[in-house]
Write a protein that binds this ligand. Structure first.
Ligand code: B12
Length: 457
């Protein structure tokens, strides 16, 4: 798709020399962006490419865009629609908020939404306003960029637009009726959910190699690249997802594997990435179902507290169960970054119309950040003497610790701004983009789990 976009851009640039210009022609206008607090923009960028190449004017506001900016731009450009993307459950709340604000301002702009954090049900619910009315111009959930294109194709033709909005409202009504017919949601057994899960006897607490934080002096990317999750790189970041199993095998063998080797070599030679990492070990104890982290210099001095949700059902897990309530325990933290240059390079390539290279480089940078997190976690475990091979790392934003504000606590403990030149936005997103941080548990039983009610069905 991106290769054809490149060919298209070059062909159009060539043909334009022979054509009369009519700059005013457009099939329609959309204001597009990733919602406030969210840095995930891969999907949004694909939507932009597809819409632009199909004759639409796309005002791309980028990522982490406040609702007011979407509304102001849509008014200024008399847009046919607003397109919102969200990949985090927490940030998807910006979508219904945008719809409410549009209604409050008396605006009649359809909203199309997409991203892995949401689904059709979420989309329909977002159409229902606080007072129970339906948003007059409709909210359209799109599974991918092409459903987005279909929606735009309908929304710019008045008759089809009216029909589409009517269908949207009917679907919302059906959902509400269905849910009302089902009766109230089953009561959560609060007695059971507040009771901590029975943990197996606490394991011996490993001895950390140092207390406090430490910056990794130098990172050899040749040790990191082998840890890249190729399944994720090829299928998610490089677009293999959705193709038939046979096609994927061929593409991986003939295109992706050789490309990866070539790009890794170029990344090393051209110094595309500036890998940096900081990690640390801190005394901690469970108090009032919260994890209290203490100052390593003065274990009586509290530095911060983490308050995580407990599963209302299933095993009733909560992260706090992985630390000892009866004695001083140890918690780890880590933060890694690929550096800012990768983003600058991607932007420069996009500006030159080299969409594919930008896309592949972006994917490689993203997966390198994940591989660095794994690389650091392995080093961490080895230094921490975690022979049992267990233990897990949890990034704020994941279901077990959904509050992104935890990023700020980790940053403070690790002094990450100074140590590795990363910062946090007001919505607690890490800058540069290809960075990630985590809380590290040494408990051998630690595992990943979901929390019902946090994950939108
Ligand atoms: C790539 C990725 C990253 C990259 C983001 C790079 C970027 N520029 O986007 C990096 C490594 C930086 C990253 C970081 C983080 N991530 Co992340 N990330 C992902 C991952 C693996 C893939 C997302 C993706 O790009 N998918 C591919 C694209 C093409 O799909 P898509 O976005 O869904 O878009 C398609 C459709 O949905 C649709 N669409 C999307 N938007 C729109 C909009 C419109 C208008 C339309 C029509 C259609 C449409 O069309 C698109 C194309 O068809 C997901 C896991 C997953 N499987 O989804 C986690 C995930 C989204 N990340 C997650 C988290 C928590 C984080 C962090 C906050 C963790 C942390 N605390 O460190 C950090 C934030 C770092 C920071 N800088 O602040 C969680 C979110 C949990 C949740 N549900 O709330 C996920 C789900 C991982 C997980 N398993 O828990 N991440």
């Amino acid at each position: 798709m991106l290769q054809s976009a490149e060919v298209m851009k070059k062909s159009v640039a060539y043909l334009e020399k022979f054509m009369d210009r009519n700059d005013t022609y457009t099939k329609g206008t959309i204001v597009l962006g990733t919602v406030y607090g969210d840095v995930h923009d891969i999907g949004k960028n694909l939507v932009k490419t597809i819409l632009t190449n199909n004759g639409y004017t796309v005002h791309d506001l980028g990522k982490q865009v406040p609702v007011q900016n979407f509304i102001a731009k849509a008014k200024e450009t008399n847009a046919d629609a607003i397109g919102l993307s969200a990949l985090l459950v927490s940030t998807s709340k910006q979508m219904p908020y945008c719809v409410q604000e549009l209604d409050k301002h008396g605006l009649k702009i359809p909203v199309i939404i997409g991203g892995a954090a949401i689904n059709g049900r979420f989309g329909k619910k977002a159409c229902v306003l606080e007072d129970g009315r339906f948003y007059g111009s409709g909210v359209f959930y799109c599974t991918d960029a092409f459903t987005g294109l279909d929606a735009m194709n309908d929304l710019v033709i008045p008759a089809k637009r009216a029909e589409r909005i009517e269908r949207n409202h009917k679907e919302v009504r059906t959902l509400l009726d269905l849910e009302a017919g089902r009766g109230p949601a089953p009561e959560v057994n609060t007695a059971a959910s507040s009771a901590p899960r029975a943990v197996n006897p606490a394991p011996p607490i490993p001895v950390p190699p140092f207390c406090g934080n430490q910056t990794v002096a130098s990172i050899d990317l040749r040790e990191v690249f082998p840890l890249i999750d190729k399944k994720s790189l090829f299928r998610l970041s490089w677009g293999g997802h959705g193709k038939s199993a046979k096609d994927v095998v061929n593409i991986i063998k003939e295109e992706f594997e050789p490309l990866l080797l070539k790009m890794e070599a170029e990344a090393l030679q051209e110094k595309w990435f500036q890998p940096r990492a900081v990690y640390g070990f801190f005394p901690c104890q469970v108090r009032d179902s919260q994890l209290v982290v203490f100052d390593p210099e003065d274990p009586k001095k509290e530095r911060c507290r983490f308050d995580w949700p407990r599963q209302p059902d299933a095993e009733r897990l909560c992260l706090v169960d992985y630390w000892d309530p009866d004695r001083l325990d140890v918690v780890g933290f880590q933060c890694v970054t690929v550096g800012a240059k990768a983003t600058e390079l991607c932007d420069a390539l996009n500006a030159k119309g080299e969409y594919s290279k930008s896309y592949y480089l972006h994917g490689l940078a993203v997966e390198t950040a994940e591989a660095m997190a794994e690389w650091l976690h392995r080093r961490f475990k080895a230094e921490f003497g975690m022979q049992h091979g267990g233990g897990k790392r949890y990034s704020p934003g994941y279901p077990a610790c959904p509050d992104l504000a935890d990023n700020a606590k980790i940053f403070d403990l690790l002094d990450a701004e100074k140590a590795i030149a990363c910062s946090l936005t007001s919505a607690f997103q890490i800058v540069p983009e290809q960075s990630t941080c985590a809380i590290v548990a040494h408990h051998p039983e630690a595992k990943y789990y979901n929390i019902k009610g946090l994950v939108l069905k």
